[in-house]
Design a protein around this ligand. Structure first.
Ligand code: AMP
Length: 644
């Protein structure tokens, strides 16, 4: 029995027609039984609907219940009439563990003062007074206040800590510190550090927890040598890669990770973030106490939201050779048997999508017990795709004292919460979030168009493409992707199409054909908007406006990569008006042309929003947040049509 258990259990509620004490639902039909035990949120809203009243629940020893109720319910009636509260004894909430002697739930409904008075009387009758001896104070008057049961929490916590300790018994301690501070880095003045960060895409770095607020943040490194001089094999790989210098995220992330800290990196795909966590991972694998051959599973786990991104990380990992380290990518849609075969031959790095990883864990094909370095890549995307429950499940099997790196393109409250839950005193490194350097290398064009003119526009665009052009066309729905793709094929164009309903093999083939240039036009849903690293895309077309402005930035960032320039063409219809202002902000920031039409659209939307507000807020919308998620599309659409 734990406090959480008490709080998360549905509490009973009194209905005016139901008896307030006794055992009304014992032996009652099922439907009725369920009606007396609704979900906690239902209780809270019921309490709210009755003005300032609320519900207080607490437990009393079963043997005192008779005294509390009194003959024929006389005591309960007296408490109710003298305090104004409603009191119910719920015998069905019996908390004994067999053999009697358990607790019974008392539910008091009323205002804070009524609850307090009634609780005092119940305590008096039961012979229990709150003595202040370790019992948590009650919060009277909150929507659902729950008294903490009399329970030895200290013993329980000690027991669970022991269980956790036993779970990881026998594992060697984790070695995390591999950073060798280069004298040139040590010698940087604080002004030099500040200037370097500023001109390198405005790097910022800070300790996220209050507890560690004074921990010094290491200076950024400026060259590969400053980071890896003591690791000649890594230096050799970097020299072979032909890269000139570290990217901004690498400059700051490498010292932080190699000094052993957890890290949250706010950076987009395309900023070199894979290498930012990968090279320290190699060193971490090699530097653990238990020899590699004796570990019973991978040392590094990279969790990725989509198969495309997982495969891309794998291809990045495979570019580097470090002391024979092997990796496998496990993802839904890939060949399960083959993945299992590779795992069982022994790998140090597993790159996985959460679903397939859970499948392998549950079937005992893979163990993550030996994982000491965990990467949660594109955390915001994982949350968007609803993977958190699966991640939570996976993390229960991974040691708490692991080193954890999390990356995210954005920093909304949900990602912050994830950071609090899964990382320990992390350093946050930010490289300029949405003000993508990529967007600055892209000419962003916007065209106002009617929905039914889009098809024609795309065909015209493609017919005018130059020999060296490579175009990705983003659409909002799988069905649109198929439609546009078949239309273009019928017109004789060689195109490929990817979306979530296509077979993994077909998707991979489509990407490969696009990458190699066998096809020059790829039609895609947002499944491909991130993680797609094809360097020579010349144009991104937003056939449908993305669901939010972050996605716009990601899509546009598919071109203008690796120092090249690119173009994006966004087709906007009147239904997209709610995105107009966000789009103007992005365009203005990147010094792009903002048309009067777009400005007009944004203004009309602002006006309409005001009008909705003065309608009495009946629509109950909030207009902030990320794109259309908190904004009911259908309602917005009809109003949009009216105002136009
Ligand atoms: P990522 O952000 O990890 O998706 O990386 C995007 C691309 O940048 C990949 O093709 C990497 O190989 C490449 N890359 C990584 N680090 C560097 C670097 N320091 N200089 C140039 N390109 C890099």
């Amino acid at each position: 029995m734990t406090s959480d258990w008490i709080e998360s259990e549905p509490a009973p509620i009194s209905f005016p027609s139901a008896p307030f004490y006794g055992a009304p639902s014992r032996g009652a039909p099922r439907g009725r039984r369920q009606a007396t035990a609704p979900r906690p949120d239902f209780i809270a809203s019921t309490a709210r609907s009755e003005g300032s009243t609320s519900t207080l629940c607490f437990d009393v020893p079963e043997e005192t219940v008779g005294r509390i109720i009194g003959r024929g319910g006389a005591n309960i009636r007296e408490i109710e009439s003298s305090t104004g509260a409603r009191v119910r004894i719920d015998r069905d909430r019996h908390r004994g563990y067999g053999g009697g002697g358990g607790d019974v739930r008392v539910v008091i409904h009323g205002s804070a003062s009524e609850q307090r008075a009634a609780k005092d009387k119940v305590d008096e009758l039961s012979g229990i007074r709150r003595s202040g001896s370790g019992e948590a104070p009650l919060e009277f008057g909150s929507s659902v206040a729950v008294a903490k049961p009399r329970f030895d929490w200290a013993a329980l916590h000690a027991g669970s800590a022991e269980l956790v300790a036993r779970k990881w018994e026998g594992l060697a301690p984790i070695v995390k510190e591999f950073y060798v501070l280069h004298p040139d880095v040590a010698g940087m003045s604080s002004q030099e550090v500040e200037d370097f960060r500023k001109i390198n895409n405005n790097i910022s770095a800070k300790n996220l927890t209050e507890k560690m607020k004074d921990r010094p943040i290491p200076n950024p490194i400026r060259t590969f040598r400053e980071a890896f001089e003591s690791y000649p094999d890594i230096m050799a790989e970097l020299e072979a890669s032909g890269f000139e210098k570290p990217t901004p995220i690498q400059c700051q992330a490498w010292p932080v990770i190699m000094q052993g800290s957890d890290l949250v990196g706010i950076a987009q795909t395309g900023t070199g973030k894979t290498l930012a966590f990968l090279l320290p991972a190699f060193i971490h694998i090699e530097g653990q106490v238990t020899p590699r051959a004796q570990r019973d599973g991978p040392t590094v786990l990279v969790l990725s939201p989509t198969r495309e991104l997982a495969l891309q990380i794998e291809s990045e990992v495979k570019k580097y050779k470090y002391k024979g380290i092997r990796c496998v990518c496990v993802y839904g849609g890939g060949n399960r048997r083959e993945q299992i075969n590779i795992v069982s031959r022994g790998v140090e790095i597993v790159i996985a999508t959460p679903g397939r990883l859970n499948d392998l864990l549950m079937s005992g094909r893979l163990s993550v017990r030996s994982v000491t370095y965990l990467v949660l890549d594109e955390a915001d995307r994982m949350l968007d795709l609803g993977f958190e429950p699966q991640i939570r499940k996976i993390l229960m099997d991974i040691r708490d004292d692991r080193q954890t790196i999390m990356t995210s393109a954005t920093w909304p409250p949900e990602v912050r919460r994830m950071t609090d839950m899964y990382l320990t005193d992390p350093v946050q490194v930010n490289v300029g979030s949405l003000n993508l350097a990529a967007v600055h290398t892209v000419t962003q064009l916007v065209e106002m168009i009617g929905q039914d003119e889009k098809r024609e526009r795309i065909i015209t665009f493609i017919s005018e493409m130059g020999e060296n052009d490579k175009v990705i066309v983003f659409v909002g729905r799988k069905a649109t992707a198929d439609d546009v793709a078949s239309d273009l094929s019928l017109q004789g164009y060689r195109i490929e199409c990817i979306h979530g309903d296509r077979d993994q093999m077909d998707r991979e083939q489509a990407l490969e054909d696009f990458r190699t240039g066998y096809v020059k036009v790829l039609i895609a849903t947002d499944v491909a908007s991130r993680g797609l690293d094809v360097k020579d895309i010349t144009t991104v077309i937003n056939y449908d406006f993305p669901r939010n402005i972050e996605e716009y930035v990601h899509r546009v960032g598919r071109t203008g990569r690796a120092g090249r320039s690119g173009t994006s063409l966004t087709l906007m219809t009147r239904e997209d008006w709610k995105h107009a202002q966000d789009l103007i902000d992005i365009l203005a920031e990147a010094s792009q042309v903002v048309s009067e039409e777009l400005v007009g659209m944004a203004e009309r939307y602002k006006e309409a929003k005001k009008k909705w507000g003065s309608d009495g807020g009946g629509r109950g919308r909030r207009f902030g947040g990320r794109g259309g998620r908190s904004f009911g599309h259908r309602g917005g659409f009809s109003l949009a049509s009216k105002a136009w």
